[in-house]
Design a binder for this molecule. Structure first.
Ligand SMILES: Nc1ncnc2c1ncn2[C@@H]1O[C@H](COP(=O)(O)OP(=O)(O)OP(=O)(O)O)[C@@H](O)[C@H]1O
Ligand SMILES: CC(=O)C(=O)O
Ligand SMILES: [K+]
Ligand SMILES: [Mg+2]
Length: 590
């Protein structure tokens, strides 16, 4: 049985000339130009999976789901997995970990919040990466501040191999270094301890391996000119503090006022009369020449996301996006703007609008604005991203104590809970997974807290009434947005088990995700790269599936494949939307 609402929009439909009414106008559709003739509402009884349009499911590639592929053609076994993934039009691919979770807990209890892990020395091995993937890592982040390109290339290779061999769908995010001021690499030492009252020299001179005692190198040539005696110098956002005592040529002598451990390449800021000093360093380019080489590396490696550090304006994002489009074959690398500077807060909306997503990079952000302003900045960034339909990652120090200890502090759990409650798309581990002692345990904490808080939120029926403004520019886009808002609302009111979305570009899936519905969203897309990108978005379970313009055929095919795989069952209630035929269909799985 199915009931459907179809909205037909012929391609020659003229779009309203007026700018689209803002949400405050209380009316989202310009009634004058939207002819009722174009709407047809139809209730139908159909969807027989055994009808001639539905594919015959002959054999399951692997009943336990290790490969992530269900094939209708047994001869696929003779071809290597990578080939069968691309060529088989009657298979469905889903991340093996998600599949296991769906089967074990039913789809209502799947985790909606996505998890990003920074890969470092503690997790770069094949086994450690596998453990993270099994533990729910959706995106692996490599930070170009550290390690060599060769090192990062090996990590990418391992993740890809795991995806192929074990059926994971881990996406790769490359994070640029940016050209803000930071310390050198400490001549290979893993850290340097500054004690209270000690005099340290910060110098723009480069040292070879013989770094003089209590001396650190600074990467910015104008450093000694910009600072003044009496300035306060913050290393790593205030983890260690110094007062500037004296300037001698390229050397700046400083006295330690807050002792602590300085890590290689730690960020350095300086403050005068309680304000961050922006001198010539404010003119440093967002993307340095080294960053451009790293970006070329990322494009050549086909990473899924490039995160840009210390973004100051929307222009840099627009410029990078056209650079990527011109260089990469299929140009579908998403650009994530890292919000971690005062300048980025000033131009927040334009930056987010220009990007494919944003990261609340609380580490450096907390070094540029007073710490007590970070939580409200976070809430604001998360909200703007949701309204503009861009995925948002909350990052840094979520479980900082777990770098050393196997259990988080209560305060850390509360912080993670708050980010989940704000319904950020993703949470990120940094040092916890890159160089901590308990990467898997830290990931498990993120996973468990996410699932628990999401469930609590649904049980409490805490649907926040967030106004979701129109984001698209065309009339057709606006129809898609209305369809998704209505479908999500219907899904909540009817208590459906899952939303299905058939989407070529992933846009319709992200519009549904933006509504943060109670049930999970099965997103069917025909390209592997779109599928991996959807990994970062709240509540989406991305599947790769070839589909046609015939929605009934698509639904029948999906039901057969998913039922054979034990991922849905007869009687489940589903709402399906698509960007092929703008429609909402309510279906009971036959
Ligand atoms: N590829 C790597 N090789 C060695 N150490 C790493 C690597 N990636 C991360 N780390 C370690 O993990 C720590 C935390 O990682 P994270 O990615 O948060 O970096 P960060 O230097 O704090 O800066 P940012 O995130 O602002 O670029 C780093 O300070 C570094 O010590
Ligand atoms: C993630 C990052 O870059 C920061 O928190 O500063
Ligand atoms: K970085
Ligand atoms: Mg940073």
């Amino acid at each position: 049985m199915s009931r459907s609402l179809h909205i037909f929009t012929p391609s020659n439909l003229t779009f309203p000339k007026q700018p689209y009414p803002k949400p405050s106008s209380n009316r989202r559709f310009p009634a004058t130009t939207f002819s009722p003739k174009l709407i047809s509402i139809k209730a139908s009884t159909s969807s027989d999976p055994n009808s001639s349009t539905s594919p015959q499911v002959l054999i399951s590639n692997n009943g336990t789901g290790a490969s992530g592929i269900l094939s209708a053609t047994p001869q696929d076994y003779d071809t290597p997995p990578s080939q069968s993934i691309i060529s088989d039009s009657s298979s469905i691919e889903v991340d093996a970990v998600t599949e296991a979770e769906l089967k074990e807990n039913g789809f209502r209890s799947t985790r909606r919040t996505k998890l990003v892990c920074t890969i470092g020395p503690a997790t770069c091995g094949f086994e450690e990466l596998e453990a993270l993937a099994v533990g729910g890592m959706n995106v692996a982040r490599i930070n170009m501040c550290h390690g060599t390109r060769e090192w990062h290339r090996r990590v990418i290779e391992r993740v890809r191999r795991l995806n192929e061999e074990k059926g994971f769908a881990v996406a790769i995010m490359m994070d640029t270094e940016g050209s803000e001021i930071h310390m050198g690499d400490l001549g290979g030492a893993s850290s340097a301890k500054a004690e209270d009252g000690e005099i340290w020299t910060f110098s723009v001179r480069a040292f070879d391996s013989n770094r003089p005692e209590r001396t650190v190198n600074v990467n910015y040539d104008g450093f000694a000119e910009d600072v003044k005696v009496g300035d306060e110098l913050l290393v790593d956002g205030g983890m260690v503090r110094f007062e500037v005592m004296e300037k001698i040529g390229p050397d700046v002598k400083c006295r330690c006022t807050d002792p602590g451990l300085m890590l290689p390449r730690a960020n350095v800021t300086f403050w005068r009369d309680g304000s961050l000093v922006r001198e010539r360093n404010a003119m440093l380019p967002t993307i340095s020449s080294k960053d451009w080489l790293d970006i070329d590396f990322g494009i050549a490696e086909g990473v899924d996301f490039i995160a840009i550090s210390f973004v100051k304006s929307a222009e840099v994002i627009t410029h990078l996006k056209s650079y990527i489009a011109a260089r990469s074959r299929d140009s579908d690398i998403a650009v994530i703007a890292k919000i971690e500077s005062i300048d980025s807060l000033k131009n927040l909306e334009e930056i987010i609008q220009a990007s494919d997503g944003a990261m609340v990079a609380r580490g450096d952000l907390g070094a540029q604005i007073p710490l007590e302003q970070v939580p409200s900045a976070q809430q604001n960034i998360v909200q703007i991203c949701r309204q503009l339909n861009k995925p948002v990652i909350v990052a840094s120090q979520l479980l900082e104590s777990m770098i050393e200890y196997p259990t988080p502090t209560r305060a850390e759990v509360a912080d993670v809970s708050e980010a989940v409650r704000q319904r950020a798309d993703a949470l990120m581990l940094s040092g916890e997974s890159a160089m901590g002692q308990y990467p898997e345990k830290a990931l498990a904490v993120l996973r468990n807290v996410s699932v628990r808080i999401e469930k609590w939120w649904r049980e409490e029926k805490c649907h926040e009434a967030m106004e979701l403004p129109v984001v698209g520019s065309s009339f057709s886009d606006s129809i898609s947005e209305e369809i998704c808002i209505s479908a999500a609302k219907m899904a909540n009111n009817l208590g459906v088990d899952a939303l299905f979305v058939y989407t070529k570009t992933g846009h319709m899936a992200s519009l549904l995700s933006r509504c943060r519905p109670d049930c999970p969203i099965f997103a069917f897309t025909s390209t592997t790269s779109v599928r991996r990108r959807l990994n970062l978005q709240w509540g989406l379970i991305p599947f790769r599936l070839s589909f046609s313009d015939d929605m009934e055929g698509n639904l029948n095919k999906t039901f057969s494949l998913l039922k054979a795989r034990g991922m849905i069952k007869s009687g489940d209630l589903v709402i399906a939307v698509s960007d092929i035929l703008q429609s909402i269909q309510v279906l009971i799985v036959p």
